[in-house]
Design a protein around this ligand. Structure first.
Ligand SMILES: [Zn+2]
Length: 157
């Protein structure tokens, strides 16, 4: 298993069905050939998500188990993480877990419209936002008018 694969398999502590690679958080994994020191570069998701400290610890732990105890986790803020970076497999897993994947971020106008969020359970577009904050600050709580099920929606960013 490559070092990249070891780190890529770390799951998001809040949304445990997807890995940090699928979320687009993982930017780079590099090993210094002389010292063996591993440098992992990540870009945090939503500010206010306390998950990043856990992710850093999980990365160090995964590499340590793989025989690389000497690890640096570097945070890069630019370019800023966007929900557009979530991979196709990541979106599919989110939907399977009942979390509506974010739509594309609109950058083409001053008004940020809330696009219709399809119900991850029945696929209906007859949905409404119940609360701006779901189970975590990164998610909004939505409800489906067709099947009446509430679901979390990852805010597009
Ligand atoms: Zn539904």
């Amino acid at each position: 298993m490559s070092l990249r694969a070891v780190v890529a398999a770390v799951v998001d502590p809040e949304i445990r069905v997807v890995t940090i690679d699928e979320l687009g958080i993982l930017r780079d994994v590099a090993e210094d050939p002389d010292t063996g020191r591993v440098t992992v570069t990540i870009t945090p998701t939503y500010t206010g998500c306390p998950a990043m400290d856990v992710i850093r610890a999980d990365i160090r732990h995964a590499l340590s188990v793989a025989g690389h105890p000497d690890t640096d986790v570097v945070t890069v803020l630019a370019p800023a993480w966007s929900t557009d970076w979530i991979s196709e497999s990541g979106r599919a897993k989110l939907a399977a877990a009942g979390i509506a994947p974010p739509g594309p971020v609109r950058r083409d106008g001053p008004v940020r419209l809330t696009l219709t969020v399809a119900c991850p359970r029945c696929g209906s577009a007859e949905t409404e936002q119940v609360s701006r904050f779901g189970s975590t600050t990164c998610k909004a709580l939505w409800r489906c008018r067709a099947c009446r099920e509430p679901f979390d929606h990852l805010k597009a960013l």
